[in-house]
Design a protein around this ligand. Structure first.
Ligand SMILES: *Cc1c(COP(=O)(O)O)cnc(C)c1O
Length: 369
């Protein structure tokens, strides 16, 4: 167990974010997404907090495996898991998981409907149907809904949903989000005209919720914003980054212009002062983080030379010598959601990928204020 390099995850801030999301979401119920280890924040502790402290009743994951992990590790949690992409329902052995536990697959193509209707064991599993409204990833095309109207009518749809491809951009008349909303309205009309009952609906992910799009449906499905980062620029979402990436300086030294540092030949462009951090690509700092500018303990610096597996170099101006030393605590990002977004943007990444990429070598420490 490491002691000085960790992600500190403040669950109280998660609750505050959820409160703000609820305020943005009108009557819609929040159905949080905890896929990909809750975006790197820890599947089990985040889910337990959301269910036990926040009264969440339905939670979204990407794979059946994630749902089963939750069932196994938190057997007493009273919550329904929705599996949004990797349902594995074509395999009869895996279908039994949906029957035995409180797990629901989101079906996204006609073959999935066959498995739901033809397997007698699946008769009480609710029909949750994803519609392709223009993202062109998963989801029934409208023609596929139309071709299956009698079968859908017989069973009834519990929850009809779609997913936006472009909700991180402020909505404008005629743009992709608008066209997707129009297509979703057409899907609903087609089903209504065909006599198919639809009990519940949802469309919105974080970018949409930030813009109050889709907040009049039954559910909203936030992922990213719950954990802190904003999607829409200019920034409207001022939620807290719930994690803080903390490490400690293990060595400092002055460098003269032209001094090579680390693997390869990466020379200091100017005289400077270097701090070595004990985290590298083995911890999820990407190799292309080199060149990123950040502020550490009030001092501007740059990630310098190559990112190593176990170490990263920060270079400061020479006058930082004496003001920063071995053992000083460094926050690579903090609870201000602008910091992680700024770092990720400089890396030509998105905060989603940066958070998901922090490896298991970084302990997650949970805090409630
Ligand atoms: C991941 C996901 C979300 C959450 O998206 P964010 O942009 O992280 O808010 C919502 N709905 C579906 C179907 C998803 O796959």
């Amino acid at each position: 167990m490491r002691h000085s390099s960790y992600l500190e995850i403040n669950l109280n801030l998660l609750s505050e974010n959820l409160g703000k999301i609820r305020a943005l979401s009108g009557k819609a119920t929040v159905l949080p997404m905890v896929k990909a280890d809750a975006y790197g924040n820890g599947l089990i502790p985040v889910t337990q907090h959301l269910v036990k402290e926040e009264g969440i009743k339905k939670i979204g994951v990407a794979s059946l495996g994630e749902a089963l992990k939750l069932v196994k590790e938190c057997p007493s949690l009273d919550v329904e898991y929705l599996v949004f992409s990797d349902t594995e329902i074509s395999d009869p052995r895996h279908r039994s998981a949906y029957v035995d536990f409180n797990i629901t697959p989101v079906i996204h193509q006609p073959e999935d409907l066959n498995h739901m209707l033809n397997d007698e064991r699946m008769k009480d599993v609710p029909l949750v149907v994803k519609v392709n409204t223009g993202m062109n990833r998963l989801g029934f095309a409208l023609a596929e809904l139309e071709g299956n109207l009698p079968r859908l009518k017989a069973r009834g749809i519990q929850h009809l949903m779609t997913h936006f491809a472009y909700s991180y951009v402020p909505q404008k008349a005629g743009d992709k989000t608008t066209r997707q909303l129009e297509e979703f309205a057409k899907a609903r009309k087609l089903l209504a005209d065909g006599g198919v009952s639809v009990a519940e609906t949802s469309t919105a992910n974080s970018g949409a919720i930030e813009q109050k799009i889709g907040v009049d449906e039954t559910y909203v499905r936030p992922g990213l914003m719950m954990y802190g980062p904003y999607s829409v620029e200019p920034r409207v979402w001022d939620g807290h980054q719930i994690s803080k990436f903390v490490t400690k300086v293990i060595k400092t030294f002055p460098v003269k212009k032209g001094t090579p540092v680390g693997y390869g030949v990466n020379v200091a462009g100017e005289d400077g002062f270097v701090a070595v951090l004990p985290v590298g690509y083995g911890d999820g700092i990407p190799t292309f983080a080199s060149g990123v500018k950040l502020t550490v303990n009030g001092f501007p610096c740059t990630i310098f030379a190559r990112v190593h597996m176990d170490m990263t170099f920060l270079i400061f101006s020479p006058d930082v010598a004496g003001k920063m030393k071995t053992g000083d605590v460094v926050e690579i990002w903090n609870h201000d959601n602008r910091v992680i977004t700024d770092i990720a943007t400089q890396m030509k990444m998105i905060p989603y990928a940066l958070m998901c990429g922090i490896t298991g070598r970084i302990p997650r420490i949970y805090k409630i204020k």
